[in-house]
Design a protein around this ligand. Structure first.
Ligand code: HEC
Length: 441
């Protein structure tokens, strides 16, 4: 950790105060302030020197804009020298020069950390979400806004970490120190996308730990932009995105920056209906099968009445897998061969395995469930290693892990997913108990 950003505020405060005191102590009423001057200039000079040293070290490891850094560095050093001078020879002209150098050094320092336009930039400038998604330009109104919200603080005009700028199309396509970060048409091969999908703790994950990550929708949109050939002047409508992408774009545009787009459990498309004969056989086997709504062919299935379902039940279930949307296997004892059949349930959006005998090894069958949004693993013996098998499930939104004892530090990083370890306890209110103490006789 570098203390420079913290340290620099000390000379700014003390030296400005010293100069102010020096000038007003000329006034008879404030003569008393004079003895404070050596103290203030002294502290200011020492902290300015420490700031220079820590700053020099910080600059050597960072990728800052060279011109801005040049001025910041030398004005900072000038400040340290003149402040030391003021300690020994408190001339007013020297202290005026100190204040001037200090203010200018501070200004360039601000430009280094916040970008060169930090004084004039309004928080919302240029990052407004477009009102009409169809007419929005994919780069200017969407991709640029996403990158400027999440990446440009380190990859912009002030700093170019990794030699990469992400605030204009030419630099985005040029790439960084390790070459191109976008392969137009091939999002899967693009370094920029790869880094965003790494687990949060990974040292190459972007943005680095502690900075707000891209939401799942933002990542999908950026990937789609790259898959279209990274166009710079194309409108959303002209690119004619597939309905799911168009939906994400619409939601992103409407949602402002706080809320992540809701992804519904029930897809828009209705599958063909499952054969009534099959449903009947499932019901006869004790399986609860209901449509998710009266107009829908999607099915909700629960094995709540079958604590030890036979393999034959799972074979029947694989036959309704095109319609199987939610499946509750809670507290079932499931055979290894039945577990193997789970990988044909590719349409599932919600699955409960709470209290089942699933093992870490068997977790890999879940990776076929690309649509899975909600997964309940409460009360299972899954460990952190088993959870890692979920990382390919990019649609996951909620994973329940009550009574698994998995350390939150070991939760895998899945963009947009929330892990819930349960264990909620309600505080006992005094009134809860006094009511129950029994009537007094
Ligand atoms: C807090 C600062 C910070 C933020 C915010 C940030 N990055 Fe980075 N980025 C870095 C640093 C530091 C490096 C260089 C170290 C490394 O290669 O991991 C880097 C390197 C990269 C590289 C590799 C460049 C190369 O050629 O080596 C890519 C790609 C990248 N970042 C993409 C992004 C994207 C996309 C975002 C926004 C989602 C982002 N970064 C946000 C600090 C940041």
């Amino acid at each position: 950790m570098n203390l420079h950003p913290l340290l620099v505020h000390l000379p700014i405060g003390t030296l400005l105060l010293a100069v102010l005191f020096q000038y007003i102590s000329e006034i008879e009423r404030y003569r008393l302030l004079k003895p404070a001057l050596p103290w203030l200039f002294g502290t200011g000079a020492v902290s300015a020197i420490l700031s220079c040293a820590s700053g020099w070290w910080l600059a050597s490891g960072g990728d800052y804009d060279a011109d801005t850094l040049y001025w910041h560095r030398w004005l900072g050093i000038l400040t340290a020298i003149t402040a030391t001078g003021c300690f020994f020879f408190p001339f007013k002209s020297l202290s005026a020069l100190t204040a001037l150098a200090l203010v200018c050094a501070g200004h360039y320092g601000g430009a280094l950390t916040h970008g060169s336009d930090y004084l004039t930039l309004k928080p919302d400038a240029g990052t407004k979400r477009p009102a009409d998604p169809g007419q929005a330009e994919i780069y200017k109104d969407i991709a640029r806004v996403i990158l400027s919200e999440k990446c440009v603080s380190c990859h912009g005009s002030g700093k170019q970490k990794g030699g990469l700028r992400l605030d204009n199309p030419a630099d985005i396509l040029r790439g960084g120190d390790s070459g191109a970060v976008i392969l137009s048409g091939q999002p899967d091969q693009s370094e920029l996308i790869r880094r965003c999908y790494l687990p949060e703790g990974h040292e190459e994950h972007m943005p680095p730990k502690g900075k707000p990550a891209l939401t799942a929708a933002e990542l999908e949109i950026l990937q789609w932009w790259i898959s279209q050939g990274t166009p710079v002047n194309m409108k959303v409508q002209e690119a004619n995105p597939a309905p799911p992408i168009r939906k994400l774009i619409d939601q992103w545009c409407n949602n402002g920056r706080e809320k992540a787009p809701e992804i519904s459990i029930v897809p828009d498309e209705n599958p063909v209906a499952a054969s009534p004969g099959l449903i009947l056989r499932l019901k006869q086997a004790g399986v609860s099968v209901t449509p998710v709504s009266s107009a829908s062919h999607w099915l909700r299935v629960s094995l709540v009445n079958l604590p030890q379902p036979a393999d034959s039940v799972f074979i029947l279930l694989t036959e309704i897998s095109p319609q199987l949307l939610t499946l509750d296997l809670g507290r079932c004892s499931i055979s290894a061969s039945s577990f193997g059949m789970l990988n044909s349930f590719t349409q599932l959006t919600s699955l409960s395995l709470a209290g089942t005998n699933i093992t870490d090894g068997q977790m890999s069958v879940l990776s076929a469930m690309k649509q899975l949004r909600v997964l309940n693993l409460s009360g299972t013996s899954i460990s952190a290693a088993g959870l890692q098998k979920l990382t390919s499930l990019r649609n996951l939104r909620t994973v329940y892990l009550d009574r698994t004892g998995i350390n939150p530090a070991d939760w895998p990083a899945i963009p947009g997913a929330r892990f819930d370890s349960g264990g909620y306890e309600l505080p006992v209110l005094p009134s809860d108990t006094t009511r129950l103490t029994g009537a007094e006789k």
